[in-house]
Design a binder for this molecule. Structure first.
Ligand SMILES: *Cc1c(COP(=O)(O)O)cnc(C)c1O
Length: 400
């Protein structure tokens, strides 16, 4: 069976994790700091904070911005549940909007969804393909949109407009106008979950990119404390002789990254541009070459003049089929010993959100994308022979 997305764990990864284990320091410490610095170099963002997951990072930032009951946060209907769940955790209301054929959030639909209650927009770079950041940045800065914005606290007053909080779970290494993602939105949060392009088993990182008059360096320090119970000193500085006394300045969260996991990330990032991304792109190209000229298939867009994907998910679509036919095709692909997946079941189709009153009929493009989508395996160790096996299995399985 060809697996869908196994992590790349080899001797180098194991050696670095063992080195962390043997170092005597296993929770947040020097390796997390080194990984943050590497990410900051890689993304060309001055301040990057590592956390325990993308979900925890997004929630931390919603809390920091003071998002709460009565507030609205605009999210795409087509995403993983984490994007909306963190909004629910804050007591705010996720306002779902439709996406475009390229899976990105529809900026015109976002515009129509803005109300005086809108505090945040959360674009999601589905499959690793960047959203329309020029248009989104322009939208939140338009006079009419600014005038609707109703700040409830000092931070919101300072920004004076809707916050752009990017769910960049898929898009580390993707590019927009040739720049790596991380600098396009006010805040961008990566995921290093086991199935993502770059993993630390579980983990995430927040890129701080707030405009003047925000001080991102000071915010980094503040969030470091906020992500560790609001404790004024972390465990490492407390180990210094005599440096035991600490204070708690707020009821903070507990979502720091550990050095053991940062060790995996350091190895992953060192070879990300030289090995991971080129191999993933080769696999994307092989799939597109195989399916592009066959009228049964619609291949995804992953490169344009202004955007370049991180090649996270290859979302193939089958033309002129129903959701049920898609499910049958997937079953046949599995029978041919190839694992495939669907990214994602739209939020309005999940019991929790359906019961909360969201209706998939209001998101026709989301439903169309979902009902015809099959994600193909993409990972560093997928061999050329296996790629051919996947292609043959898919072609054989589509009999409609
Ligand atoms: C994986 C994923 C997340 C959640 O990431 P975690 O690190 O597991 O919290 C959020 N959004 C999207 C789109 C994802 O695919």
């Amino acid at each position: 069976m060809i697996p869908f997305s196994p992590p790349r764990i080899d001797d180098r990864t194991i050696e670095e994790v063992c080195a962390a284990l043997k170092s005597g320091w296993i929770t947040t410490g020097p390796r997390v700091r080194k990984f943050e610095e590497m990410l900051s170099d890689y993304c060309k963002v001055n301040n990057v904070l590592c956390v325990s997951s993308n979900s925890a990072g997004m929630e931390l930032m919603l809390h920091w911005f003071g998002v709460g009951p009565g507030d609205e946060v605009i999210v795409p209907a087509y995403t993983y549940c984490a994007t909306a769940n963190v909004v629910v955790h804050c007591g705010a209301t996720p306002v779902m909007v439709d996406v475009k054929e390229d899976f990105g959030i529809d900026v015109e639909a976002v515009r129509r969804a803005i109300t005086p209650k809108t505090k945040v927009i959360m674009p999601v770079d589905i499959a690793g393909f960047p959203c329309d950041y020029d248009e989104l940045n322009q939208l939140v800065r338009e006079d009419a949109v600014r005038q609707l914005f109703t700040p409830d606290n000092e931070i919101q007053r300072q920004l004076g407009r809707i916050l752009l909080l990017e769910d960049a779970a898929h898009s580390l290494g993707a590019r927009y106008h040739r720049l790596p993602l991380g600098t396009q939105a006010d805040l961008a949060v990566f995921s290093f979950h086991a199935v993502k392009n770059l993993t630390t088993a579980e983990g995430g990182a927040i890129c701080l990119n707030l405009p003047h008059p925000f001080d991102n360096e000071a915010l980094y320090k503040q969030l470091k404390i906020k992500s560790l119970h609001g404790q004024s000193k972390d465990a490492l500085s407390k180990t210094q002789a005599g440096n035991w006394r600490y204070d708690v300045t707020e009821a903070g969260y507990k979502c720091n990254m550990t050095d053991v996991l940062a060790a995996i990330g350091i190895v992953e990032l060192e070879r990300y541009d030289s090995e991971t991304l080129p191999r993933r792109k080769q696999i994307f190209d092989a799939y597109s070459n195989a399916f592009r000229n066959d009228p049964r298939f619609q291949v995804p867009i992953y490169e344009t003049a202004e955007k370049q994907s991180s090649y996270h998910v290859y979302p193939l679509r089958i033309n002129n089929i129903t959701e049920q036919q898609r499910d049958e095709i997937m079953q046949r692909i599995f029978q041919l010993e190839v694992s495939v997946n669907v990214h994602f079941i739209p939020l309005p189709m999940l019991t929790f959100y359906r019961n909360a009153g969201y209706n998939i009929q209001n998101y026709p493009v989301t439903y169309d994308n979902f009902s015809r989508e099959i994600s193909l395996p993409v990972y560093y160790n997928l061999s050329d022979t296996q790629v051919q096996t996947v292609i043959e299995a898919v072609k054989k399985a589509v009999t409609f």
